[in-house]
Each structure stands twice: as structure tokens, then as C-alpha cells.
Design a protein around this ligand. Sequence first.
Ligand SMILES: C[S@@+](CC[C@H](N)C(=O)[O-])C[C@H]1O[C@@H](n2cnc3c(N)ncnc32)[C@H](O)[C@@H]1O
Length: 310
Amino acid sequence: MISRIASKYPSDNNAIIYEGSCYDFVKTIPAKTVRSIVTSPPYNIGKEYEEKVDLNKYYEEQERIIDECVRILTDDGSICWQTGNFVENSEIVPLDILLYPIFQKHNLKLRNRIIWHFGHGLHSSKRFSGRYETIMWYTKTDNYIFNLDAVRIPQKYPNKKHFKGPNAGKLSCNPLGKNPSDIWEIPNVKNNHVEKTVHPCQFPVGLVERLVLALTNENDWVFDPFLGVGSTIIAAIKNNRRGLGAEIMADYIEIAKKRINLAFDGLLKTRPVNKPVYDPNNPKINLEYEELSYEQLPLFEEENSFRYAK
Ligand SMILES: C[S@@+](CC[C@H](N)C(=O)[O-])C[C@H]1O[C@@H](n2cnc3c(N)ncnc32)[C@H](O)[C@@H]1O
């Protein structure tokens, strides 16, 4: 079978996974090639895939990859750097604040600091439990792609009309839906989430899809230097874009490839970004997508892949 996932750039394939460090891979990508970069880098908190280093060293490493990301970005492109906190002795360093000067150095324009709010996580005893992370959305220039209509969300009162003035009787809100705002309520990928794999820190595919739809056009390249289990490439493929990324951990690469192949076949089940968050006080919101976890299912047996069909 011809692989649909290439291992190096350039390729005619719509998905590329470089099995190694992003610092090596990014050098092989020409300037102004990718329309969007969506990533969640290691936070330097000692996860299984990272070595905890001095914060100055972490900053330098992030600077090295961000410099390269700016180089390979098209002039109308965007960078979305999704981060949380570096934590030590219950003291936090918000990584978006730490890294801001690197983007400023390149004169990138910060368009939104999106708050990604979620319901689950560690319970702190020495500070309030952390329940949000941020996505810093930067553009390279003032002339950038922003397809707002592609990511509108349902209006709360879609039939509301102007009751006076020249527009009396006409709809007062956009029938295509409303701007999703800069606060996104999206469940994080914990054990009861349909997208859960062995990776400890996946971001939800729906979160990336909203960015990809808004910030790129069809066939554009979307790059994730820290690919993990492939969520960014999956979001790209699902929306007729092309995705490329690097990952150093063999286990994650294997899972990424399997998930991406399921996505190519339209068989990977992901949580729709606009699906209401489960509310125990509102039984109308069902658990369809939360009930079964990725780990509970025999995912990688071909004959069972139908279980991921929509
Ligand atoms: C926060 S996770 C990203 C998870 C990803 N967003 C997903 O949904 O699966 C960071 C990832 O970066 C990978 N990583 C760490 N250093 C790397 C490097 N130098 N090059 C490529 N990947 C790296 C880690 O193995 C880890 O999977």
C-alpha cells in the first residue's frame, strides 16, 4: 500500500511526519511556505517527553524554533502558540508572557490571547486550581487571512429582530451565527474523552479545527513543530488542508500515523468543537462523544475501525 504520510518535505502527500526533532525538520522547509503554525510546545514541567531545564535555557530553545517558524510563515499567515504555566513550588510562570518578547522581536502582531477554559485538571491545595490555558494568535503582517464566517457559532436568540428604527422587523443578529469570541469552552482531553490516547497532553482536534478554518484556506500547509499524536495534522486533513509536523517519541508517532490514516478515511471520531459541554443539571445534553474513551476501544484493529465512524 502506498503510504499517505510522507516523512520529509517536499512531498505530494497531504501529510508529512518527520520522525525526529523539529529543530532539524524546520530547516528543510523553505521560507514563506506554511500558512499557519498551530502548536502546543513542551511546558518544561518534567513530562515523560521532556527534560526539565533552566527557564533561560527553555526560553532559548523556544526562541530557536519560533525564529524558524516566523521564517517559514507566509506573509499573510498566522502563528498560534498554545501554552499553560511553568510551575515550581506552587509558583507559576505563564509561558505566553515569558515567550511574548520573542514574537515581539519579529514584529508579529498579537490578534488575540484566546482563553481556552476547561473543566478538569489537578486539584491544587496551595493555590486556586488552574482551569484555563491560552492560545496566543499572532499574524506576520496586517494583511492576514481571517475567515470568520467559517467558524461562527449558533446565536443564542437567532430569531431576535430590531423592534424600532429603519431596520425594524429585520433580524438583528447575523444569520450565519456569532463570532466565537476569545473565550473558548472546550473540554480538555482527559480519560473520558473520545480522542484520548496514551499521550498525557493532547489538545482537542476541534480546538485546532477552529484555528485552521479561520486562518487558512483549502490546500494550505499547517505546521506543528511539536506534533504529539497528530492532532494538528488531523484537523488539517479533516478540513481539506495539508499538515506537517515533527515528533521525537516513537510511540506517539505510531499513534499519530494511525489516527491520521483514520482521518483520511473519514473514520476518526473527534469531538465537534460546538458540541455543548456536558452539564449534569441538563439531561438534554447527552454523553454521546464522552462515553467511550479511545483507550477503551480496540482502536488499531482494522476490523474494529468502524467503531470510530461518525
Ligand atoms: C504538549 S505536547 C503536544 C501534543 C500535541 N498537541 C497533541 O495534540 O498530541 C509536546 C510534544 O512535543 C514533543 N517534542 C518535544 N521536543 C520535541 C522536539 N525537539 N521536536 C519535536 N517534538 C518534540 C513531545 O514528545 C510531545 O509529544
